[in-house]
Design a protein around this ligand. Structure first.
Ligand SMILES: O=C(NCc1ccccc1)Nc1ccc2c(c1)[B-](O)(O)OC2
Ligand SMILES: [Zn+2]
Length: 238
């Protein structure tokens, strides 16, 4: 009776329906995936992954309704090497995924294990395409650095965004800040990573993402997780 209705309803409006509106979601390289570490082949002779980000420019934190997103507003940055061939990618935005239950917020899992959250730094291929939107439709258009988040010590760089969340409680809210922030400080110390060709994990689920998921999780405090949860799950935006 009653409780059995709820899961069915959730399935009808959740990812299961995305294929109707977004045919890409039925594709062959859909993300997220579970990283089965025993099946990952070693990187062999891939060149080093190299990045450079602008620090002192105004950024805006936006509430798109399902996470928070920081727009880089086109300021200079570069990501190259690793699995990206000879193309240069530029940071467009970065955003965070959190779960409703602590410890289950990440999109990717590693050997079946979920993490408290997951940061995505979204870059687009400026060597081949003229805009993010154009690149987002191409198989080699986007490159996303994925950072797994686990509860531990407070993350000072991330806190520059987390402390602004109370000001963007509703979908569409946006706040601009000019405090210097280096996105490179959001990445783990050790930069070993898994990489695979995948897709956006949210509609339109376009298969245009070269995923680069760092192996080492980054620590954020329980309070930082709580702040993220209370603005995105308890009814304010879902
Ligand atoms: O950029 C997104 N939408 C707007 C859009 C504009 C123009 C064309 C297509 C899409 N979405 C999106 C981009 C990157 C990632 C994700 C979602 B993610 O999977 O959450 O992590 C990586
Ligand atoms: Zn994402």
């Amino acid at each position: 009776y009653y409780p059995y209705l709820v899961p069915v309803v959730i399935l009808i409006v959740g990812p299961a329906t995305w294929v109707e509106k977004f045919p890409e979601a039925r594709g062959t390289r859909q993300s997220p995936v579970d990283i089965v570490t025993s099946r990952a082949s070693s990187g062999g002779s891939a060149p080093p992954l190299v990045w450079r980000y602008s620090v002192n420019h105004p950024r805006s934190v936006v509430n798109p309704g399902y996470c928070w997103r920081v727009d880089e507003n086109g300021y200079d940055s570069e990501l190259r090497g690793g699995p990206l061939g000879s193309d240069v990618y530029k940071l467009q935005q970065w955003h965070c995924h959190w779960g409703s239950v602590n410890g289950e917020g990440s999109e990717h899992t590693v050997d079946g294990r979920a993490f408290s959250g997951e940061l995505h730094l979204v870059h687009w291929n400026t060597s081949k395409y003229n805009s993010f939107t154009e690149a987002a439709g191409q198989p080699d258009g986007l490159a996303v650095l994925g950072v797994l988040l686990m509860v531990g010590s407070k993350h000072d760089e991330l806190d520059k965004v987390v402390r602004l969340l109370p000001y963007i409680q509703h979908k569409g809210d946006k706040v601009t800040f000019s405090e210097p922030l280096n996105p490179a400080n959001l990445l783990p110390k050790r930069i070993a990573y898994w990489t695979y060709p995948g897709s956006l994990t949210t509609p339109p689920c376009t298969e245009s993402v070269t995923w680069i998921l760092f192996k080492e999780p980054v620590q954020v405090s329980a309070e930082q997780v709580r702040l993220n949860l209370c603005y995105y799950v308890n009814g304010k935006n879902v």
